[in-house]
Ligand binder design. Structure first.
Ligand code: OSB
Ligand code: MG
Length: 371
């Protein structure tokens, strides 16, 4: 791979409606669009999915930008690679900062697939032609949750995820279950509980949830293994899983029965695929998590979710779930609860240049010298 030029655009876009969790409310989303261009002028795209503040993981847009411009891009410039997996291995010499690494690594995967005239899905071993679509309701009351659920079910989404915390759990889920006795529902706690809340969490077994996502601390694996023994509802880990080794440990300890894979959180597609392959072998169900992302990361998620082990509908919603106008063209659409996996080269979506330009706060450019 002959990388000649890398461009970064820090963008910002308002959400159509506020996204509430017990950790705070997101109304405006910043992100980093990463374009890797080779010496023939072919471009691959990735997206840095860290948020403006470190509420979900420790990374932020600014720490990602620092890692990209001062560490990862220079590393790549000094160590030419022939395959995206080599980028992932090269970045292993840097601790954590997974979202910064993933954004750059995934742009290289897109470029690699385009150079080989294959879809990103095919280039990572995907087999599904369509992926099942789920959606997140992040409202702050039962009535607004019910309103959103009704709308999303009309739009065809196959399962609903709701955010829970000790102030809004049993009664919220009870209210939803009364209206929708059969609906596949999962609950995401984003670490709102401790083991002291075990009885509270056991009560949620009443609702036949698909899973409860990340009930305990964001870096815990041990306490989840104690909790899982008490619950009928399967635990799914999100924040606790930042690497393949975390997955191995969590499975060995019985800390969860399901894993939420986000390529950004684990450092890119290479690590995400290793996790997928291991879970498939161990018969642990996986699904693709979302990051309130723009279209480029959405496109990468679609390719990832086309791998055979992704058997549970992911947080793979349409562009219009969050955005008035996305930065890709065409936008991601959900039809009959499914998103079609593109079969055109790379991520299979083009860039909406006008939208990219009007949302850009800052642009940076890094030219590589000819070798
Ligand atoms: O915990 O899964 C999460 C959004 C941002 C950060 C973390 C999470 C989420 C979501 C929804 O729950 C994601 C989406 O649909 O994009
Ligand atoms: Mg989550």
């Amino acid at each position: 791979m002959n990388i000649a030029h890398i461009k970064l655009n820090v963008i910002s876009m308002p959400l159509k409606s506020p996204f509430h969790t017990h950790l705070g409310t997101v109304t405006e989303r910043e992100g980093i669009i990463i374009e890797v261009i080779d010496s023939d002028g072919v471009s691959g795209y990735g997206e840095g999915v860290a948020f403006s503040t470190p509420w979900y993981t420790e990374e932020t847009v600014k720490t990602s930008l620092h890692l990209l411009e001062d560490i990862l891009i220079p590393l790549l410039r000094n160590n030419p690679i022939t395959h995206p997996e080599e980028a992932a291995i090269l970045f292993n010499s840097i601790r954590r900062n997974n979202m910064a690494k993933a954004g750059l690594e995934m742009a290289i995967w897109d470029l690699h697939a385009k150079r080989n005239s294959v879809s990103l899905s095919a280039s990572i071993g995907g087999s599904r032609r369509k992926v099942a679509s789920g959606v997140v309701v992040a409202a702050n009351s039962l009535s607004s949750s019910l309103k959103q659920i009704e709308k999303y079910l009309e739009e065809g989404y196959q399962r609903i995820k709701v955010k829970i915390n000790p102030q809004q759990d049993y009664s919220l889920l009870d209210g939803i279950r009364r209206h929708y006795p059969e609906l596949p529902i999962m609950a995401d706690a984003n670490s709102a509980y401790t083991l002291k809340d075990t009885e509270r969490l056991k009560a949620l077994d009443d609702f036949n949830l698909l899973m409860i996502e990340q009930p305990l601390a964001s870096d815990d694996i041990i306490q989840h293994s104690l909790l899982q023994k008490e619950l009928k509802t399967p635990i799914c880990l999100d924040e606790s899983i930042v690497s393949f080794v975390d997955v191995k440990n969590a499975i060995d300890l019985g800390s969860c029965k399901i894993i939420n894979i986000k390529a950004g959180r684990v450092g890119g597609l290479y690590e995400a695929k290793r996790i997928h392959d291991y879970c498939l072998e161990k018969k642990i169900a996986v699904w693709c998590g979302g990051m309130i992302e723009f279209g480029i990361s959405r496109a990468h998620n679609i390719a990832l979710a086309s791998l055979p082990g992704f058997t549970i509908p992911g947080d793979i919603s349409a562009s219009n779930r969050f955005w008035e106008e996305d930065i890709i063209t065409p936008e991601v659409k959900v039809e009959n609860g499914l998103v079609t996996v593109p079969d055109t080269p790379g991520i299979g979506f083009g860039i909406n240049k006008k939208r990219l330009k009007e949302t850009t706060l800052l642009e940076k450019s890094f030219k590589f010298e000819k070798k």
